[in-house]
Design a protein around this ligand. Structure first.
Ligand code: C2O
Length: 356
């Protein structure tokens, strides 16, 4: 049966282990607040906004856009920690559903894990959706939209850390990043690749082509079936047999590349427990989300198909909305991003990897 929402009152410490020596394990309390009000069942109507939020590439953001973005995160960071909308709760949502804070509904012995399977893309789409709504509401600006970190762009300035996330006096900054990878260092979409800039660019384009263009079915691209009882306890970012090519490939590579190698678990971005403590996380995932749409609708050969198994479509998750309510959503409602009220502009440099 499809994954259901967990019992939030049964929460345990999360566990996170390093992927590179020395072997380090950390345990964190990422337990989520339990709102006193009733759970809201998501519907498009209830959450309708009379505007389309356009998520632009981070490297194209104007000074005004950046100022607003900073203000939004300043407001989010200033909320009390136990507020469902606070930056720390937002980061803990990621930690909780990735590092074992909750058991699967109806299955007390198996941990709920939203990575390494077909849940990955839809869960993160919903996560950004509510994160963005909260930021927009804190600003009082319904048009506010996340940016995307256009790391796949190997021509127009996307393939470095976007400047808006760099100033250390800003709410968009995070100290735990790889200091060797500040601009002009180019991103590496495959861990460990070497060479001069043009060699890196070619390998990046190849990684995009392999991960997104050649994997034309849902199983390969999005990941395999994860249902009640599926136990991924021994899956890791380096061993994720059910994970799809977008997740296991360029997505993971960017997490490792951004995280701080002086931290035992490559915190913040390099490990699930702490990844979402870096505001760049949400821009990173915005690009992953954009690439899902690109894969689905924008590649030569016509539209591709998402999974259609009811165990996929009916999987359910919890998030918090901008009014601090707990909301129950399902995968089916995430499949059409236009129904969720946001969009991405066309990116000309996509052609470089699409036609690689
Ligand atoms: Cu939830 Cu990029 O990982």
């Amino acid at each position: 049966s499809p994954i259901g929402v967990p019992n939030l009152s049964q929460c345990q410490l999360t566990t996170d282990t390093s992927v590179v020596p020395p072997l380090t394990t950390i345990h964190l309390n990422c337990c989520l607040p339990i709102p006193s009000g009733p759970v809201v069942d998501y519907s498009f109507d209830k959450y309708k906004v009379n505007t389309t939020r356009v998520r632009i590439a981070a490297q194209t953001a104007s000074d005004d856009y950046i100022a607003k973005y900073r203000e939004a995160y300043t407001l989010m960071r200033s909320l009390p920690q136990d507020d469902p909308r606070s930056f720390s709760t937002q980061a803990n949502i990621h930690c909780a559903f990735c590092n074992g804070a909750y058991k699967q509904e109806g299955n007390d012995s198996v941990i709920l894990q939203v990575h390494f399977s077909w849940l990955f893309l839809a869960w993160h789409r919903w996560y950004l959706y509510f994160h963005e709504r909260i930021l927009a509401s804190l600003l009082g600006d319904p048009t506010f939209a996340l940016v995307f970190w256009n790391w796949d762009d190997q021509r127009d300035g996307g393939n470095v850390i976007p400047a808006m996330f760099l100033p250390s006096n800003s709410s968009l900054y995070d100290a735990n990043r790889n200091q060797a990878n500040l601009p002009p260092t180019l991103v590496k979409l495959v861990p460990g690749i070497t060479g001069n800039d043009s060699e890196i660019i070619n390998q990046n384009l190849n990684a995009m082509y392999q991960g997104i263009v050649t994997n034309d079915n849902a199983e390969l691209f999005m990941g395999g079936a994860y249902v009640t009882g599926t136990d991924l306890a021994n899956s890791t970012v380096l061993n994720a047999p059910l994970g799809g090519s977008i997740e296991n490939g360029v997505h993971n590579a960017m997490h490792f590349w951004t995280g701080d190698p002086d931290q035992p678990l490559l915190q913040d971005m390099g490990t699930f427990t702490t990844a979402a403590r870096d505001p760049i996380f949400y821009a990173h995932h915005s690009n992953v989300d954009r690439l899902w749409d690109k894969w689905r609708y924008g590649l030569p050969g016509g539209p591709r198909a998402d999974h259609s198994d009811p165990d996929f479509l009916n999987a359910e998750f919890y998030f918090y909305d901008e009014n601090a309510n707990l909301v129950k959503v399902n995968v089916a409602d995430a499949l059409d991003s236009s129904k969720l009220g946001y969009s991405y502009p066309n990116v000309a440099a996509d052609d470089l990897w699409v036609n690689y």
